[in-house]
Design a protein around this ligand. Structure first.
Ligand SMILES: Cc1cc2nc3c(=O)[nH]c(=O)nc-3n(C[C@H](O)[C@H](O)[C@H](O)COP(=O)(O)OP(=O)(O)OC[C@H]3O[C@@H](n4cnc5c(N)ncnc54)[C@H](O)[C@@H]3O)c2cc1C
Length: 503
């Protein structure tokens, strides 16, 4: 491998126009396609490749919502004569948080909550990291005022760059799953886990891999650690933070098998629209320019980066709003099935519907609690309260699987006996129309509904969603431990002590 003469990536442009349209987003992807590999082949243009074109179209639709007359004031905000996506806005008041929540919900509803990593998630990340950028100058390798190593200035500029150009980000935080009993430095080779190789005049060369980046059909990738590094050394080659374009030389994304298999949206209503893809990320001596470096070698700072800037809370706030939208989609679909087959008078059916309602109301209450108990952080950002968000991000992964299960229990054979669009239009069409109608709908409408329920609960798309919900915010086991460690139980303990002391 060579570490010299790598083409450098262009400097970050600060002259973006703010919020972009779907057409602008697609054109940008066409001009700068991420280096994706699917089924052994390089994807030359993700906007036309059969495995990614529909997802690109869906993302473009999301960008276009920003310009829809009735939504633009919610989905964007104005500053300095430009309009930006709302998820980049720095919340200063609780009312700002309410506006941000509203925009998260509208955008989440676009994908019925099944688009896990729409750009809002990472926008919230770079917003919080950008405002809290001073955190990065505490890094042992930072030199405030230095044109290369002023990491705070780099982070701040990166936020502005992403916001001003309305770029779409993916991210990859975890190391390859080679041996979880070992430290990154103890794996069979030093550069299996992504590591720093050397510093050059232009930047830092990195080599190795990261396990998972959802939505690799993005403009940029952000690299930070999430699973806490357990390296003992003060200075570790595995501690780093940076953001680079997804078409940076030496960077490749090995995508998983596509879930979108080219079926009509009537047959695969979610898979054909929202296969956001997940990719293994390989760095083959990638040069990261200095202006894109936010953190180097500092294990302690790397481990605390998400908490130290409160980025994790703004991301979790996007997530709680997204999961509300998703639960509402389950509620709407389940109730539509109950209405369609006339099962609403059975007590156990009502009880199953009540389970969904309870889950929805818990998530809604946690969102309100996070917003109402919000406080400005040390950087002046109105920050949603941690405890309700921690509750939401632990509660939902533990309970989500019940939602598809409830759909199966309510829909029963209806969720499998679903002739396709081609069947409906084929020789047996008249019989299908007769025998698969419902009390309140035509066979076509019934099949559309049950196909949606199938894609939410049984298809490959649904299976991937189930795994995603279990792990997307981290390992549930370690998330429980993290919650346990930060939660302040002292008042409750004191009350018990006081009770025990009563004589
Ligand atoms: C569909 C999907 C999409 C994802 N998208 C992204 C993404 O866009 N970006 C991103 O960065 N990540 C993403 N992730 C990764 C996610 O962050 C991880 O799955 C999660 O952090 C768990 O890590 P892991 O998968 O490497 O599991 P592992 O850490 O390998 O865990 C495997 C098993 O071993 C146990 N285990 C391992 N180590 C320990 C330990 N130290 N203590 C206790 N138990 C342990 C775990 O509890 C678990 O049961 C995604 C994951 C999925 C499934």
């Amino acid at each position: 491998m060579t570490t010299t003469a790598r083409p450098s990536i262009p400097p970050m442009h600060q002259d973006g126009t703010g919020a972009v349209t779907g057409a602008q987003f697609l054109e940008r992807l066409r001009q700068n396609p991420p280096t994706l590999y699917i089924d052994g082949q390089r994807v030359e243009d993700p906007t036309t490749h059969p495995a990614t074109a529909n997802m690109c179209r869906s993302l473009a639709g999301l960008y276009d919502l920003q310009f829809q007359e009735d939504l633009k004031d919610t989905l964007t905000y104005e500053e300095g004569g430009k309009r930006y996506a709302r998820s980049f806005m720095i919340p200063r008041t609780k009312d700002d948080l309410r506006l941000i929540a509203e925009s998260h919900r509208i955008r989440a509803n676009y994908g019925l909550g099944f688009l896990g990593r729409a750009p809002d998630y990472m926008n919230a990340n770079v917003m919080a990291a950008g405002v809290g950028a001073e955190y990065f100058n505490a890094c042992s390798a930072a030199i405030p005022g230095d044109p290369k190593r002023d990491f705070a200035a780099n982070m701040r500029r990166y936020y502005e760059f992403i916001r001003d150009n309305d770029l779409c980000l993916t991210h990859a935080l975890t190391n390859p799953q080679v041996n979880r009993a070992k430290l990154a430095s103890e794996l069979p080779a030093p550069y299996i886990a992504l590591g720093i190789v050397e510093e050059t005049e232009e930047g830092v060369i990195v080599r190795g891999a990261r396990m998972m980046a959802t939505l690799p059909i993005a403009d940029e990738i952000l690299i930070f650690p999430s699973t806490v590094l357990r390296e003992n050394a003060d200075k570790s080659r595995y501690a780093m933070g940076f953001g680079i374009p997804t078409n940076t030389p030496g960077l490749s994304f090995q995508c998983r098998e596509p879930i979108d298999v080219g079926r009509d949206p009537e047959d695969h209503p979610l898979s054909s629209r929202f296969d956001e893809q997940d990719a293994f990320v390989i760095f083959d001596d990638v040069l990261v320019p200095w202006e894109r470096i936010f953190l180097l070698y500092d294990v302690e700072l790397a481990n605390k980066a998400y908490a130290g800037t409160d980025a994790v809370l703004h991301m979790a706030y996007q997530v709680v709003n997204l999961k509300i939208a998703k639960t509402e989609a389950f509620l709407g679909t389940a109730q539509s099935i109950v209405n369609a087959i006339g099962s609403g008078q059975f007590q156990h059916v009502q009880s199953k519907m009540a389970e969904i309602i309870i889950m929805l109301e818990i998530m809604k209450a946690l969102e309100v609690a996070a917003r109402e108990q919000a406080e400005p952080n040390e950087y002046g950002v109105m920050t949603p309260a941690r405890a309700p968000l921690d509750a939401a991000r632990n509660y939902y992964p533990a309970n989500h699987a019940r939602l598809p299960e409830l759909l199966q229990l309510l829909g029963a054979s209806g969720i499998i006996m679903m002739p396709s669009k081609a069947d409906r239009e084929g020789p047996l069409g008249p019989q299908i129309a007769k025998y698969l109608q419902t009390g309140n709908a035509s066979a076509e409408d019934r099949l559309r509904l049950f196909r949606l329920a199938w894609d939410m609960s049984m298809s490959s798309f649904a299976g991937r969603q189930e795994l995603y919900e279990r792990f997307f915010f981290g390992d549930p086991v370690r998330m429980h431990s993290a919650l346990y460690e930060v939660y302040d139980s002292s008042e409750a303990v004191a009350r018990i002590q006081e009770f025990l002391n009563r004589r």
